[in-house]
Design a protein around this ligand. Sequence first.
Ligand code: URA
Ligand code: SF4
Length: 219
Amino acid sequence: MTGSRDARAGELSQLADAAAVCTACELADNRTNVVFGSGTVDAEVMFVGEGPGQREDEQGLPFVGPSGKLLEQLLGEIGLTRAGVYIGNVVKCRPPGNRDPRPDEIDACKGYLRTQLRLVDPKVVVTLGNFASKLLLRTGTGITRLRGQAYPWWGRHLVPTFHPAAALRGSARVLEELRYDFSLVKAVIDGEIDSEVPDEAAVVAAPPVPEPEQLDMFG
Ligand code: URA
Ligand code: SF4
């Protein structure tokens, strides 16, 4: 990533200003606030959720509801804070009734996520849940099979894991697996995972291209 830290921070906040008035897809019609993302441009870890829920829509911030509480707890367990990471979503406006975002909505919105990834330039991207994981890894394979490893991804690592909401409504096992995946995140930032042999899915997911923005990372 080129560009000084301040330049990247400036670009990120300009992008947030642009998104705040975006009407590029129909999700603009029902939103209260655009939920662009939160955290620091210096983050080594960037989380990608699906889209804002009701609480997020009301406050204009990602992961401020019950899922966010669990996310913060898991972050704390690996020595991170909300302020020290970056948190975004695939779509920035709440789908009505929390339905899945539609392909045309994702298409309209994905430029924001792509630029967020370029500007934050994290060491590790963590996709939360099926939706973000399948999209960024370009796979139809579900999260239960994808999770549990760090994939080489566009010159960095990607750790797909369950959405925190799945742990809140699911079994203790889901929470344990989330914890395991967060331990992988820590291992990546501590430099303990840097030369693992990519498996087949990772090779498909991670063409060795240096400039993400020149090509399409997802979809
Ligand atoms: N779920 C998500 O996927 N994103 C949020 O921001 C909140 C809940
Ligand atoms: Fe714009 Fe994305 Fe909101 Fe659609 S979801 S209006 S593309 S910011």
